[in-house]
Design a protein around this ligand. Structure first.
Ligand SMILES: [Zn+2]
Length: 295
């Protein structure tokens, strides 16, 4: 099913990195810049992430001895510094996710560069580490993103959907590890219902909504893939959903043949195998197109 799965360490059958994008209330301020402060209920729902869910998630990770990755917009890093410091002090990775969750598509390179730089500065100031990984807000990796990430020394990207396993993005003699995911591993479609953001989905029961993720994991486990759920603390960190994830995680930790680690560790591992000639990742050369295809 997978043409060339990586040899995962310690004979593990697959790799898993649970990624939480802690967008918090950045989304509402971007969507409604003039009156977001009046939308108190929506703000409260989004603040559930940093205020309530993160601690619950960290406790699960601590109990199970896991280190995972949190993508956090720079504004959220500055708005919720204690939460960010707690994540870091527990040994987890903080990665880059824009500044106020701006959509990169359509931005001029200088504007996108400014956002990326402000996001890096926030993470360095509050977390004391430089981010190695990036996920574009809304997965919207633009035609400038690769160059901007390479110029700033990023090690990996996590915005694209082009494979089931890590691969390399290549352009102008530079390379970046891509750790892909896809919409079937994102918790907005089954669970998010946010009228103020024009996103209204029929919210599924925790068990039926999570079923899709667990089946994605089962396939990665069977075929040697990479499972990267893209979750949000205010969505999957809610009580009913996280209770089920907590049980599921405890079960896969027990198997001892699943490599559950940070995105940075997976990227570094793939880079090392490649450098040592032990594994040839697929190479995807950018850009796919240099201009409009139609017309
Ligand atoms: Zn996001």
């Amino acid at each position: 099913m997978i043409r060339n799965p990586p040899p995962w360490p310690n004979d593990c059958k697959c790799a898993v990195s649970i990624t939480f994008d802690m967008d918090a209330d950045s989304l509402i301020h971007l969507e409604h810049p003039s009156d977001s402060y009046r939308r108190v209920s929506t703000i409260s729902m989004l603040r559930y992430g940093p205020e309530i869910a993160i601690e619950r998630i960290l406790k699960t990770y601590e109990r199970l001895g896991l280190q995972q990755t949190f993508f956090i917009p720079g504004w959220c890093v500055r708005q919720y510094p204690d939460v960010v410091r707690r994540i870091v002090s527990d040994g987890h990775e903080i990665a880059h996710h824009g500044y106020l969750h701006e959509n990169p598509i359509g931005l001029e390179p200088a504007a996108q560069a400014d956002i990326i730089d402000r996001g890096i500065d926030a993470i360095v100031d509050i977390a004391g580490v430089r981010p190695q990984g990036y996920r574009a807000p809304l997965y919207n990796f633009s035609d400038h993103t690769f160059d901007l990430l390479v110029e700033r020394g990023f090690k990996y990207d996590a915005s694209l959907m082009g494979d089931d396993i890590p691969y390399l993005l290549s352009s102008n003699q530079h390379e970046l590890v891509e750790l892909p995911s896809h919409w079937g591993c994102d918790d907005w479609p089954p669970f998010a219902h946010v009228p103020d953001l024009n996103y209204e989905m029929p919210v599924r029961a925790p068990s039926s909504g999570l079923q899709g993720f667990f089946e994605e994991f089962d396939a990665a486990y069977q075929w040697g893939g990479l499972f990267v759920p893209v979750w949000h603390p205010f969505v999957t960190g809610r009580l009913g959903r996280w209770s089920q994830v907590d049980r599921w995680l405890a079960d896969i930790v027990k198997r001892e043949d699943v490599w559950i680690t940070t995105m940075a560790n997976i990227a570094e591992y793939i880079r090392l195998l490649h450098r040592q000639g032990k594994y040839e990742p697929r190479i995807d050369t950018l850009p796919y197109y240099s201009g409009p295809v139609a017309g």
